[in-house]
Design a protein around this ligand. Structure first.
Ligand SMILES: *[C@@H]1O[C@H](CO)[C@@H](O)[C@H](O)[C@H]1NC(C)=O
Ligand SMILES: *[C@@H]1O[C@H](CO)[C@@H](O)[C@H](O)[C@H]1NC(C)=O
Ligand SMILES: *[C@@H]1O[C@H](CO)[C@@H](O)[C@H](O)[C@H]1NC(C)=O
Ligand SMILES: *[C@@H]1O[C@H](CO)[C@@H](O)[C@H](O)[C@H]1NC(C)=O
Ligand SMILES: *[C@@H]1O[C@H](CO)[C@@H](O)[C@H](O)[C@H]1NC(C)=O
Ligand SMILES: *[C@@H]1O[C@H](CO)[C@@H](O)[C@H](O)[C@H]1NC(C)=O
Ligand SMILES: *[C@@H]1O[C@H](CO)[C@@H](O)[C@H](O)[C@H]1NC(C)=O
Ligand SMILES: *[C@@H]1O[C@H](CO)[C@@H](O)[C@H](O)[C@H]1NC(C)=O
Ligand SMILES: *[C@@H]1O[C@H](CO)[C@@H](O)[C@H](O)[C@H]1NC(C)=O
Ligand SMILES: *[C@@H]1O[C@H](CO)[C@@H](O)[C@H](O)[C@H]1NC(C)=O
Length: 478
């Protein structure tokens, strides 16, 4: 059936705006992995850790109680799953392992404390995508809370606390007496359907929350704290994982607040498991030595489809950073960072093509990373030293780097410093470097990730409709 309809121009404009909003919503909002989850969904069986002999005095080691409780709950995994409740108290423990269809629920006054004896953190194999421990050759200590090959795991609580008591690990690291790579606070490996929410994480020995080879991961409403000078206490590191949503978090640590990774040099290249479809939004925090959001430097399996929005970083070294090196191979592409507020940050944006750090001498220096379609949009900053240090790789330019609507109050007299990069910009102050000076609109918007010319045409139309309010528009619906 065909009929011709006449639609007043304003109505058409509404339709077009709605259509473009739906499109934007679809790109970011509709991804199922970011939808509101209900961690309080009741499991049919529940036990309390004290039923297994745990003592919450901060001194008694409760590793066996956690292991026994989880072993017992294993018989309920095919009956709808189970919940392990940790009541108010200080529950010292070594590393323990989770199971599928489990909820670990903390009371608001529950504190799980990591043992300060390295023996309570067993040594496990290195990740295949890293080939060795990240800090030392060989194995690595297993995280305090660990899970492998799982589905449907929830770690939550009324803002209860998981404290790694990492100080002793930082000292072993500083005085060079570690035998193996330090443990993470929480690591889930090769798992699907993971929720970590409503908790406070303190003083991780190393990275704090590490999903690796995982799908459908939500990290929501968490606070992550470690001293600003603690070594490598990254906040959240999605690593060779897809469909990851990180939202509404406050993070203040000694290293990158969120860092997306995918394996290291030849090991990451051959494991070939990318990180993709990563949504990050409403994150605030500080890191005096590193970045608010980082990608890399381990990115050899590839990183793509990253949307990071509504970010507030202060008192930090770098706002957003991509780190890579010859030898990494892999790619970082289709990255969209927008709505960023920076205060007292030394460098707003940094791209680093010569990061270095290799697992061993067998990396291939000709394995060059492919960095393209990276958009930075709607960024404002106060008391920024340098706007951007954007360094690609000679013979391997980083391309389609797009800067749009960036206003930074910069103290340096040479705010942008660019080498081996190409791209486009619009409305950038202070004025950007020469390789990015071509305008995004009207000819290059399709080269920039997630910038269509919708916005431009919308505002043109708005003007037209204001100028010609009685214009009508006619088209055919099939
Ligand atoms: C991942 O977990 C699944 C089961 O959940 C298992 O079949 C598979 O072998 C695991 N792969 C690795 C690399 O651990
Ligand atoms: C996970 O799966 C891998 C590969 O099938 C297997 O080697 C490993 O033992 C499993 N680990 C656990 C804890 O189930
Ligand atoms: C999260 O924790 C707060 C208390 O800090 C509590 O009021 C709220 O119900 C919790 N939310 C969920 C979804 O459990
Ligand atoms: C959770 O606890 C942390 C640390 O005490 C606090 O900063 C944060 O505001 C709390 N969050 C909520 C939602 O109560
Ligand atoms: C290294 O630090 C640990 C933890 O603080 C301490 O127990 C140990 O004595 C130190 N070793 C040396 C050689 O300084
Ligand atoms: C390293 O190994 C030595 C020798 O076994 C041991 O005495 C020391 O406690 C270990 N250090 C750590 C941090 O585990
Ligand atoms: C500007 O930021 C630096 C840190 O980068 C800080 O030390 C300094 O106090 C800030 N200046 C003002 C005027 O706030
Ligand atoms: C530019 O970015 C700021 C946030 O930094 C935002 O408030 C403003 O609406 C943006 N302007 C346009 C034209 O999109
Ligand atoms: C930039 O910072 C200086 C010093 O803090 C201040 O005087 C000036 O008003 C700021 N400019 C803008 C555009 O915010
Ligand atoms: C640009 O950065 C390079 C490398 O960090 C540095 O050597 C050079 O001095 C910088 N140039 C300017 C004008 O700041």
């Amino acid at each position: 059936m065909r009929r011709s309809v006449t639609i007043p121009f304003q109505l058409l404009e509404v339709i077009l705006v709605l259509a473009s909003m739906c499109e934007a919503q679809w790109a970011i909002g509709s991804s199922s992995h970011c939808t509101q989850t209900s961690p309080r969904e009741v499991r049919p069986h529940s036990v309390t850790i004290t039923e297994f002999g745990a003592v919450g005095d901060g001194v008694t080691l409760n590793t066996k109680a956690f292991q026994n409780a989880i072993f017992y709950l294993n018989s309920f995994t095919d009956k709808g799953g189970a919940q392990l409740f940790v009541p108010a108290g200080r529950w010292l423990t070594g590393s323990f392992e989770l199971i599928s269809h489990l909820t670990l629920l903390l009371d608001k006054d529950a504190v799980i404390l990591g043992s300060t004896h390295s023996d309570d953190w067993p040594v496990i194999d290195p990740l295949p995508s890293y080939g060795r421990g990240r800090e030392l050759p060989g194995g690595r200590h297993r995280s305090l809370i660990y899970g492998r090959n799982l589905t449907d795991v929830i770690i939550t609580g009324d803002n209860g606390t998981i404290d790694g008591q990492g100080n002793v690990w930082w000292n072993w690291f500083r005085n060079g007496t570690l035998n193996y790579t330090r443990p993470h606070l929480v690591e889930l490996m090769n798992s699907t359907g993971v929720i970590v929410s409503n908790l406070t994480f303190l003083n991780s020995p190393f990275w704090t929350i590490h999903p690796v080879y995982c799908s459908e991961v939500v990290v929501q409403d968490v606070t992550i704290l470690a001293p600003l000078d603690s070594p490598n206490t990254d906040g959240i590191n999605p690593d060779s994982s897809d469909d990851v949503c990180i939202e509404d978090c406050y993070i203040s640590t000694g290293d990158d607040l969120i860092s997306i990774k995918s394996g290291w040099d030849e090991y990451g290249i051959s494991y070939a498991r990318p990180s993709s479809n990563i949504i990050i939004r409403r994150i605030a925090g500080q890191t005096s030595s590193s970045s608010g959001i980082a990608i890399g430097s381990e990115m050899s399996g590839g990183v793509s489809e990253v949307h990071a929005e509504s970010l507030q970083f202060f008192n930090s070294k770098t706002g957003i950073r991509i780190k890579t090196s010859p030898g990494r191979g892999g790619y970082v592409r289709n990255v969209y960072v927008s709505d960023v507020d920076l205060t007292d940050v030394k460098m707003a944006i940094r791209l680093t093509g010569n990061y270095g750090e290799h697992p061993d001498a067998s990396y291939d220096p000709k394995a060059l990373p492919d960095i393209n379609k990276i958009t930075f949009k709607d960024i404002r900053g106060d008391n920024i030293s340098v706007a951007g240090l954007l360094e690609g790789i000679e013979g391997d330019n980083f391309v389609d780097i797009c800067l749009s609507n960036i206003t930074l109050n910069v103290t340096s007299s040479s705010p942008w410093n660019c080498s081996f990069i190409r791209g486009y910009s619009d409305s950038v102050s202070p004025d950007t470097c020469e390789p990015l000076r071509d305008r995004i609109f009207p000819h290059h918007s399709s080269s920039c990730y997630h910038i269509s010319d919708d916005l431009q045409t919308q505002s043109d139309r708005k003007q037209q409709s204001w100028l010609m309010p009685r214009l009508s528009f006619s088209f055919t619906i099939i």
